[in-house]
Design a protein around this ligand. Structure first.
Ligand SMILES: CN1CCC[C@H](Cn2ccc3ccc(-c4n[nH]c(N)c4C#N)cc32)C1
Length: 242
């Protein structure tokens, strides 16, 4: 997978050199390039913003630098890129969306700042490539960089070969529409708190049942909305009996 990130703050993306993403880059699973949007400015002040038409607070990101950046990163001949634009006005970024984006050969992330990117950039890009406007959640950040870091981590960890133990993908929160069960490790007693006896029983069938019950209980208590959206095939008769 090829990832291109366009931003006026390239330094935000140092973390992409760390941990599993860094290893994925080193192993050739992932090709990540961070681009400074000001590369595509031509004035002495390297201007990327201007005042909003129609008035209002703040500044808007000028279309010209973005247009040249996307021309360079997604030439017509290439035809494989999807543009991903974080915005508070976007569709929810979910695990399902992460899986969809993880299947793409080439993602270009556009990090907006100020009051956002001139809408014509997205409208023009949509004539040449698929465009996804996505939101991390119902709160407002200063810009798109942190959102892109989150999305990159959620997407890259789904790529084959990145996680050593792919099995964990199957049981983690949101993988099957439920929240994950609690986890424990040594010591067996800690500050008066015991590890649930079932987990030390060695009875893998009962352990799997216990974890499933804990997952359903947590989801019902903390995210009843997820239960309402569950795929009917997710629950089986043993769950109903539980
Ligand atoms: C007052 N204005 C309102 C419009 C947005 C301005 C800041 N900003 C500029 C670019 C940009 C990109 C993403 C996000 C963002 N915020 N919250 C989320 N879940 C996001 C996501 N994905 C925020 C952003 C602040």
């Amino acid at each position: 997978m090829r990832l291109d990130v366009v931003t006026i703050f390239p330094e935000y993306f140092g973390p992409l050199d760390l941990s599993l993403i860094g290893k994925a880059r080193g192993s050739g699973l992932l090709d990540v390039t961070i681009h400074d949007l000001r590369t595509w400015t031509h004035d002495v002040h390297r201007t990327v913003d201007d005042s909003p038409y129609g008035g209002g607070p703040g500044m808007v990101m000028r279309p010209e630098p973005w247009g040249e950046a996307l021309d360079a990163l997604a030439p017509r001949a290439e035809g494989r890129a999807r543009l991903v634009v974080p915005t508070p006005a976007g569709a929810p970024f979910t695990q399902k969306v992460a899986h969809e984006l993880a299947a793409e050969p080439h993602l270009i992330f556009a990090c907006g700042r100020y009051e956002g990117i001139d809408q014509r950039v997205l409208d023009h890009a949509a004539t040449r490539m698929p465009v996804s406007e996505v939101s991390l959640g119902d709160y407002v950040l200063f810009g798109g960089e942190v959102a892109v870091l989150v999305m990159c981590e959620a997407i890259v960890r789904l790529l084959p070969g990145v996680l050593g133990n792919a099995e964990s993908l199957a049981e983690e929160s949101h993988a099957n529409g439920l929240l994950e069960a609690p986890v424990y490790t040594k010591p067996p007693q800690w500050r008066g708190h015991e590890v649930p006896e079932i987990l030390r029983s060695g009875d893998h069938g009962r352990i799997a049942r216990w974890r499933r019950d804990q997952s359903l209980l947590r989801t019902a208590q903390r995210r009843p909305d997820l239960l309402a959206d569950l795929d009917p095939d997710t629950l089986d008769k043993r769950d109903v009996a539980a």
